[in-house]
Structure formats: C-alpha cells, structure tokens
Design a binder for this molecule. Structure first.
Ligand SMILES: Cc1ncc(COP(=O)(O)O)c(C=O)c1O
Length: 379
C-alpha cells in the first residue's frame, strides 16, 4: 500500500457541515456592508471572551498582532525584557519585538515541551517585566506555578494561547490567568477562520479599551489619535465564520483529546525503542492542537528517516518546530548560541507531529502507529 492518504490536517470535516450556515451569514454581512468591526465581530468578541471566562475580547488581524498590541496595552515599553520559551513559533518572539520589548529566551521541560520556570528564574533581571508562557501544542502551563513565579518576581503574565482555545488546567481556562492573553484564528488552529485573525482577551477594562484604540490607528474616537497605533482589525466575514464555529469547538477539542489518548495507548509499546509522546500532564484539559512524539535516534533511524518513510507511503507529518528561536538567523543579534537551551534544541532535532484533527478516525490512528512500528522494527 503506497498511498494511505492520511493528511496532517483535514479541515473539511469541520467546515463542510457548517457551509450552509456560513454562506447565509456571509451574505448578511455583504448585505449590510459592515465589513470592518461589524456586528458579527462584536458578537464573536463577546462570546469568545465568555468561553475563556474573561470579561473582554478584542478582535485583531492576527495572533502576532494580538501579542504585540496586547503587550503594549499591558504597559510594556521599549527596553522591557520579557521571558519567552525558546521552542515556540517565531511569532511569539516577533510579537514581543513589535511591542518594543526584548525577548529573553529560556529553556523548556524536555517531557512537556512547556516553559521551564527554573530556567526562567535564572534569566530574570531588573528589566524583566513579564513572562510570556506559550500553551504549546494545546497544553497549558500550570496556572498556579505561573502565578507563584510572577508574584515572587513582580512580573506580569501575558499568555500566548494561540494553540490553546478552551484548554484547561487546574480548573482554569487558557486566556484567563494572565493580565491579558493572545489567541490566533489562523485557519488550522483549533478554532480557525477563513483567513487571518486574532484576539486579545482580558478581564481588565482599561487594557481592553487600549487594545481597541491600538488596533484602530491609535484612535479612541474617530479621527482623534492619542497614540501610535496600527490597522489590525478582525474583519466581519471572519467574525461571522468564527461565531458559527465556536459552539462546536468543545466537541472538536474532545475529539482531539480522545485521539491523543488513543495515540498514547497505541504508541506505548514503542517506549522501549525511545519513542515517547510529549507528556500530557493535564488529562482532558489538553486540546491537542498538535500530537507530537519525541524520537530518540538509533543507528538505523532518526526523526527525519521516519518522516521521509511515512511521507512516501502517504502519511503526512509536521515538525513544530525544526529550529529553535535562538538559532534563527534573523535573531542572531540577540546573542544566543547553539547549546544555550539544550532541551529546546534536542526537541527541535527529534520531534515529529503526527496527523491530528477532529474527524480523524481510529483506523487512521492505528495505521499511523502501525507504520511507525514497522519502520522502527523492520526498517
Ligand atoms: C504559539 C503561536 N504564537 C503565535 C502565533 C501567531 O499567530 P498568527 O499566525 O495568527 O499571527 C501562532 C500561530 O501561528 C502560534 O502557534
């Protein structure tokens, strides 16, 4: 069997059944003509904030802008240092730089791939103003430990929840533990738009008001500019799509969580060969934006060999991410070197993201696991 045709992500399963409803809603937007910050944006902002357990949601153009504008609204200014994990999507770092601050990178836990607070503690200086935890792959960083850390160092918590829509840990929902939090609605996220989109969520009315101004040319009211702002607004067509999808999100996350548990079970016999999933320490609160395994290289295979072999038989995989932020050429000026963050570097060399989406079937999970077993045992 050469083409098993198991995609890495398949959005049709969630989009197709909703197309009729989405079509009607987009036609409504066209009829009204309120394309920018229109009715559906306001409605979606309110319902998404409520789903996160916070008071305010402010729709912006992307997750990257949500980080940049959200940090500025939290009072971050030029020269401030912000603690960021080295193993995140580069947009986390870009958001910090766009806010004028300096990203100070720290290592992660090798088992969970989440920010390591001991490593973060060593990086705190007098200029450190915030910690920016990334709820990577859909698993939250411990709210309690984050709060203790932030309190003892007098720091703001700003969450990067781009991969964690409705993720839970210790009874808290992603987006509700920081002073503010950023979400992305990039199409393949657990809650995805039909284009770019993002949101800042917060419980603080002043911060919400500030993001509303920053996303709209720095104008708290029309043609009156009190600060430097940009044009970064969630458009109404995306608001309409997201509003229709939101009521289905929990069901989709549950599907992912069950698929994650099934993969864990199927891959368990491979632990003896050094194949271990990124550890789920939160159970049902993990929303598996990505299902990632760590592959200890042997003499005959490593991550790249396994990825190529799976690809040849039609099983699509990904790597999130192949190069840690501190070794990206654009950020060499930050002064980091190879070896600075051994856990992040080791993960980047050895991890592989397996097919994962709501709608993936047990037979497909079984097939992916069987094929990995075959490659490892018989080459
Ligand atoms: C962890 C993380 N942070 C930030 C972003 C940026 O979001 P966007 O692509 O919407 O700008 C993404 C996703 O792309 C992400 O995965």
């Amino acid at each position: 069997m050469n083409n098993l045709n198991i995609p890495f992500v398949d959005l049709s399963w969630q989009n197709e059944p909703l197309m009729g409803q989405i079509d009607v809603s987009i036609r409504d937007v066209m009829g009204r003509g309120d394309f920018i910050l229109g009715k559906e944006v306001r409605e979606f902002e309110a319902s998404f904030a409520q789903a996160c357990g916070v008071g305010y949601g402010i729709g912006v153009g992307s997750g990257t802008d949500a980080i940049a504008l959200g940090l500025r609204a939290c009072g971050i200014v030029e020269g401030d240092e912000i603690l960021v994990p080295a193993n995140t999507f580069i947009a986390t770092v870009i958001g910090v730089i766009l806010a004028g601050a300096k990203p100070v990178l720290v290592d992660c836990d090798i088992n969970t791939a989440l920010i390591d607070l001991e490593s973060a503690q060593k990086a705190v200086t007098k200029k450190t103003k915030a910690i920016l935890p990334v709820h990577l792959y859909g698993q939250m960083v411990s709210p309690q430990k984050l709060q203790d850390f932030a309190q003892s160092n007098n720091l703001i918590i700003f969450e990067d929840s781009a991969q964690a829509h409705l993720a839970q840990r210790e009874g808290k929902t992603a987006g509700s533990i920081g002073l503010a939090s950023a979400f992305s609605f990039y199409p393949s996220k657990n809650l995805g738009a039909f284009g770019n989109g993002g949101m800042v969520v917060t419980n603080n009315e002043e911060i919400a008001q500030k993001v509303r101004s920053l996303r709209n040319y720095g104008a708290p009211k029309k043609y009156y500019h009190t600060e430097f702002g940009i044009n970064s607004r969630l458009n109404t067509v995306q608001g309409a799509v997201l509003k229709i999808k939101l009521p289905h999100l929990q069901k989709w996350n549950d599907w992912r969580n069950q698929a994650g548990a099934k993969y864990d079970q199927l891959l368990q016999p491979l632990a003896q060969y050094g194949i271990t999933p990124i550890k789920n320490v939160v159970g049902k609160g993990h929303i598996y934006h990505l299902y990632v395994i760590n592959i200890k290289p042997s003499e005959v295979y490593d991550r790249n060999v396994i990825q190529n072999k799976l690809n040849k038989i039609g099983i699509e995989t990904g790597i999130h991410y192949p190069i840690p932020c501190h070794l990206q050429p654009a950020y060499g000026y930050l002064g980091y070197q190879e070896g600075d963050f051994p856990n992040a570097e080791s993960l980047c060399d050895n991890i592989l993201s397996l097919p994962m989406y709501p709608g993936i079937k047990d037979e497909q999970l079984q097939m992916v696991s069987d094929k990995i077993k075959e490659i490892i045992i018989s080459g």
